[in-house]
Design a protein around this ligand. Structure first.
Ligand SMILES: Nc1ncnc2c1ncn2[C@@H]1O[C@H](COP(=O)(O)OP(=O)(O)O)[C@@H](O)[C@H]1O
Ligand SMILES: [Mg+2]
Length: 618
């Protein structure tokens, strides 16, 4: 007995629609892709009520003839695949964004789809597909010389079950904007405009294709700061090319949302990218800071399978390790040359000698060996330091600056241990010999010298201390004289306020202040003067990424550390020898003290052999 029946075409289309058009943003994505494939120079996108009531997209691409229009809304009809000489159809050389011939028929089956199209030199015609029912061709009006206007109304009205799963209009709007952004990043030579509920949210002019245009486009989308703080990436390996821009470690964010990967100009979401970025920045970036990046892989379409996902959001590389290795290698190279740029006073060749090779392994040196810790105790008196001719002599017996009523709050809850430290150069960070420019501590190690950025180092130590306070106890709060108002997005306010009690327990008192801002009344006392808006925004970023699972305590400490400045020893403060050595010892005993909270190293070590290189002795 056979119960198998062939499904009618409109049912087949509706099933396919479930995969291709998951939500309004996926319809926008498909329509924008079509416009780009049609060679549009400008694409105008409008959406109403999260795209559910209407999506209107107009392009100035090639347009379609009446015959093509009718085929366009038929399932599996596409202009993007061509038969080979032997009559077979090749899926291995796909150069276009589309190729499945499913988007338009899917939309026509679950919504009311109206297409007006005008080919070059032809007339404008319209076709309508309403819940799967197709009309005939009708003459229509079209403003430009050629192009296509797609009007998609009442999305999912024909599939009410799907409609129930839609999120708020606001989050659909956000998803639409995100899709448009991604496409816009990959196509800097196309102009885009996006209007949501009558409000213009994007206006991007077409740029010259190429690196400069791309950077301008990225800056328009990721913030003008990105333009100033991005490294140019351009490397090739075994026929695969990687280009794009990645943020300097100092320009990182609290979440990984601003990391974009494009493969043959197709935006894809791939775990490979975040893993590779983490690996490349591991030595440069504090834990839980994420670099911004927009990277473009160009690869022979044969080494790639784009046909693994109905929405084409994922791809499969034939050799993922090659791509991963290329990304990591190119980023490390970019980061290394950023290091060169940062220090211009020493010969480039010498810099290659110490800055890159020595800084990296050193950053992993967080703790001294047990014997070095044990060695701290037995010391009795500090030796006077022999002033070095070229350095400002150290005044070893100044009273500690903390005791002199320095005009700022005490540097730490507990001042640095100023009992005489051992002055042995067997410590990993050596013995302090001088302070120069009231900013850097010079210490002698067994086989070289260490330069410590005292501000960066101390900031890190304060942060580690805060973390301990947050983890163990009761965090004291301090009321702000004038509560600070921080503007956020509507959803962010909701998210933050939902964790209000947890935040209060950590000393941060916030309350909603209108739908799009919060009022901060109290902050953790440990923080002193700080960038409150920055603190709140980083917290929100974090909540956005980790949701309710967030280990808020841990992160709170880190974020607070990032924003705590006042307590750190600023550059420009004279330290005596005891303080300097105490700082070095504390750094050795504190995890993660090799880099400041912003991902810069807190110290640099020059080995004697590197110094010899500088002087041409080797
Ligand atoms: N904006 C447009 N301008 C010109 N032609 C279009 C446009 N949108 C769709 N088409 C044509 O309609 C066909 C079907 O579109 P679609 O269903 O998205 O499938 P695919 O993009 O996978 O080919 C495309 O192959 C293309 O020829
Ligand atoms: Mg398409």
């Amino acid at each position: 007995m056979s119960n198998i029946q062939r499904l009618p075409q409109d049912t087949i289309n509706r099933i396919a629609a479930g995969e291709v058009v998951e939500r309004p943003a996926s319809a926008v994505k498909e329509l924008v892709e079509n416009a780009i494939d049609a060679g549009a120079r400008h694409i105008d996108i409008r959406a109403e009520q999260g795209g559910l009531s209407r999506i209107l997209i107009e392009d100035n691409g090639s347009g379609m003839s009446g015959e093509d229009l009718q085929l366009a809304v038929e399932r599996h009809a596409t202009s993007k695949l061509k038969p080979q000489a032997d009559g077979s159809w090749d899926l291995l050389h796909i150069q276009t964004l589309g190729f499945r011939g499913e988007a338009l028929p899917s939309m026509g089956s679950v919504a009311r789809l109206n297409i007006v199209s005008k080919p070059r030199g032809g007339e404008a015609l319209a076709i309508q597909v309403d819940g799967g029912a197709m009309s005939g061709l009708k003459p229509a009006a079209f403003g430009g010389d050629h192009g296509t206007r797609i009007d998609l109304r009442d999305l999912f009205y024909a599939t009410p079950a799907r409609l129930k799963f839609m999120k708020s209009e606001r989050s659909e709007n956000m998803a639409i904007a995100e899709e448009v952004k991604r496409q816009a990043m990959a196509h800097e030579d196309v102009g885009f405009s996006l209007e949501l509920d009558g409000k213009r949210v994007l206006k991007l002019y077409a740029e010259q294709p190429g690196f400069e245009g791309r950077l301008r486009r990225l800056a328009a989308l990721l913030g003008s700061d990105f333009g100033d703080n991005a490294l140019l990436i351009d490397q090739a390996r075994e026929g695969v090319r990687l280009t794009g821009y990645a943020g300097l470690p100092t320009f990182s964010r609290g979440n990984a949302m601003h990391q974009y990967l494009f493969v043959n100009n197709r935006p894809v979401r791939d775990k490979l990218l975040s893993g590779a970025l983490r690996a490349a920045y591991a030595d440069f970036l504090a834990r839980d800071r994420h670099p911004l990046a927009a990277l473009f892989v160009e690869i022979d379409p044969q080494d790639l399978d784009v046909n693994v996902h109905p929405a084409k959001a994922e791809v499969r590389f034939r050799d993922p390790n090659l791509v991963r290795g290329l990304i990591i290698g190119a980023l490390k190279h970019g980061l290394a040359s950023a290091g060169h740029r940062a220090a211009t006073t020493v010969a480039q060749t010498a810099l290659t000698g110490f800055r890159i090779e020595s800084v990296q392994p050193l950053l992993n040196l967080n703790r001294p060996t047990p014997s070095q810790i044990a060695a701290v105790r037995p010391y009795i008196a500090p030796e006077p330091f022999a002033p070095t001719a070229r350095f400002e002599p150290v005044t070893a017996y100044d009273p500690p600056a903390y005791a002199q009523g320095v005009s700022e709050a005490p540097v730490m809850e507990r001042p640095l241990d100023v009992t005489a430290p051992p002055v042995a150069d067997t410590f990993p960070l050596g013995a302090a010999r001088a302070q120069i420019h009231e900013t850097y501590i010079i210490a002698q190690t067994a086989d070289g010298l260490v330069i410590v950025d005292q501000h960066a180092a101390h900031e890190r130590l304060v942060y580690e201390e805060m973390k301990v306070a947050m983890a163990h106890g009761h965090v004291q709060s301090q009321s702000l004289l004038i509560p600070e108002i921080v503007d956020l997005e509507r959803e962010e306010v909701t998210r933050l306020i939902a964790r209000r009690d947890d935040l209060a327990a950590m000393g941060l008192e916030v309350e909603a202040f209108g739908p799009t801002s919060v009022l901060v009344r109290d902050i953790p006392a440990l923080m002193g003067d700080c960038d409150i808006a920055g603190l709140v925004r980083d917290l929100v970023d974090d909540l956005t990424e980790h949701g309710e699972l967030l280990a808020l305590k841990e992160r709170m400490a880190e974020i607070c550390g990032d924003h705590a400045c006042r307590h750190s020893v600023r550059s420009g403060r004279r330290l005596n020898a005891n303080e300097m050595n105490a700082l070095l010892r504390q750094m050795e005993a504190t995890p993660h003290s090799g880099q400041c909270n912003h991902g810069r190293p807190t110290y640099v070590e020059l080995k004697l052999k590197d110094i010899e290189k500088l002087f041409g002795r080797r």
